[in-house]
Ligand binder design. Structure first.
Ligand code: MRU
Length: 364
């Protein structure tokens, strides 16, 4: 997608063929800065400190992290260490494990002197594939938005949670891809952007990227969605997911479940958009998905720009108040009207997913 007319992805390899570059998402929306990753440790830090975040981008960064490790030392021991270091960064998005397994499966059988080139090439392919997959998600979600527009003959109001736009992937995004496609096709859309406490991925990132692309949107507090749905001001909801179990249960940013409940109560169609590497075929229930518990400081302290334009952080909570910070929740498949994937739209169910991805279907 474009930033001030210049096409950008969220991650790429510099002209030296070694250094990996990312957009530092901790600086958005008040500053657009890129930063270099030059070691597996810097890639791991970028994931755990959330300079990069969003399930597909976490996977892409891990792939490049493996490439950086192979540049440094392509031995068997370092291959194993790099895999373990990167896998330990964040527990919930399964794209991380998917990308690391893909890299290790490719690299292990190769002689060490061939691993660096193979790793960089595979990481680049993972990025290209992610961009293509996300664009297909957009193409497959567009008819849903278009149909709503043709029914009401007025702007389609879409609620989203967290950031599942191009900043969360390599390009296009997941939940926002159908919205970009609709906007670009001239279908009038307006997006209700949940601020998404505690890290405010909606207020900071989704609002920023929608604004840069010219998509009409309004930032709302996380608690407003139910009220808007009760008053007929939400036509559909679309979110992303960090891990979807084989039965269609959806794990996503904390608060997604409450939006799905409100959508169900108000007959608002609730869709989830996902690339296939986000499906965990080993899990038959979302109950088994590990939920990341992050540092309470993310809840207690908030950053923002003051009237002088200076970005600083302030503490919200009383000194000493204990703080909890579960980062994700699981929305049961029964609350999800459809899963929008690169292969099409299916029911959030074992049969629905197996129908689109028969190569993963388990024998009965
Ligand atoms: O903690 P984050 O910002 O990495 O969480 C991101 C989300 O929850 C996204 O909705 C999810 O990764 C899907 S992104 C395409």
């Amino acid at each position: 997608m474009k930033v001030d007319g210049v096409p950008f992805r969220t991650i790429w390899c510099d002209d030296d063929g070694v250094t990996v570059r990312i957009i530092d998402q901790t600086r958005l929306p008040h500053a657009f800065e890129t930063t270099a990753l030059s070691s597996v440790e810097s890639a791991a830090h970028a994931i755990s400190a959330m300079l990069v975040r969003g399930a597909p981008l976490i996977g892409a960064t891990a792939a490049y992290g493996m490439a950086l490790a192979m540049y440094d030392d392509s031995s068997d021991a370092n291959l194993k260490d790099a895999h373990e270091t990167l896998l330990a960064t964040r527990p919930t998005a399964v794209n991380l494990r998917w990308a690391l397994d893909a890299m290790t499966t490719l690299l292990s059988p190769l002689p060490p002197d061939e691993r660096q080139a193979a790793a960089y090439a595979r990481a680049a392919v993972i990025c290209d594939e992610d961009a293509a997959i996300c664009e297909s998600i957009g193409d497959n979600g567009l008819p849903i938005i278009r149909a709503l527009y043709e029914t009401k003959n007025d702007t389609v109001n879409i609620l989203t949670h967290c950031n599942a736009g191009w900043l969360a992937a390599v390009d296009w995004g997941t939940a926002l891809a159908p919205i970009y496609k609709a906007h670009d096709a001239g279908v009038p859309v307006h997006v209700w952007v949940d601020e998404t406490r505690p890290r405010n991925q909606g207020a900071a990132l989704t609002a920023w990227e929608l604004g840069r692309h010219g998509v009409p949107h309004t930032v709302i507090v996380d608690n407003a969605g139910g009220h808007l749905m009760q008053h007929g001001r939400v036509d559909m909801a679309i979110t992303g997911t960090d891990r979807t179990s084989a039965n269609g249960d959806v794990c996503n940013k904390i608060g997604t479940y409450l939006k799905a409940l409100a959508a169900h109560d108000n007959a608002v169609p609730f869709y989830v958009a996902l690339p296939s590497p986000t499906i965990d075929w080993t899990l038959m229930s979302g109950e088994d998905i590990p939920i990341e518990e992050r540092n309470g400081e993310e809840v207690a302290v908030i950053a923002g720009k003051d009237s002088a334009g200076k970005v600083s952080a302030v503490q919200l909570t009383p000194d000493g108040s204990p703080v909890g910070n579960p980062a994700f929740d699981v929305t049961p498949a029964r609350l999800v009207i459809g899963l929008i994937t690169e292969r099409g739209v299916c029911a959030a169910s074992t049969d629905g997913l197996a129908g689109l991805f028969p190569e993963h279907a388990r024998a009965a």
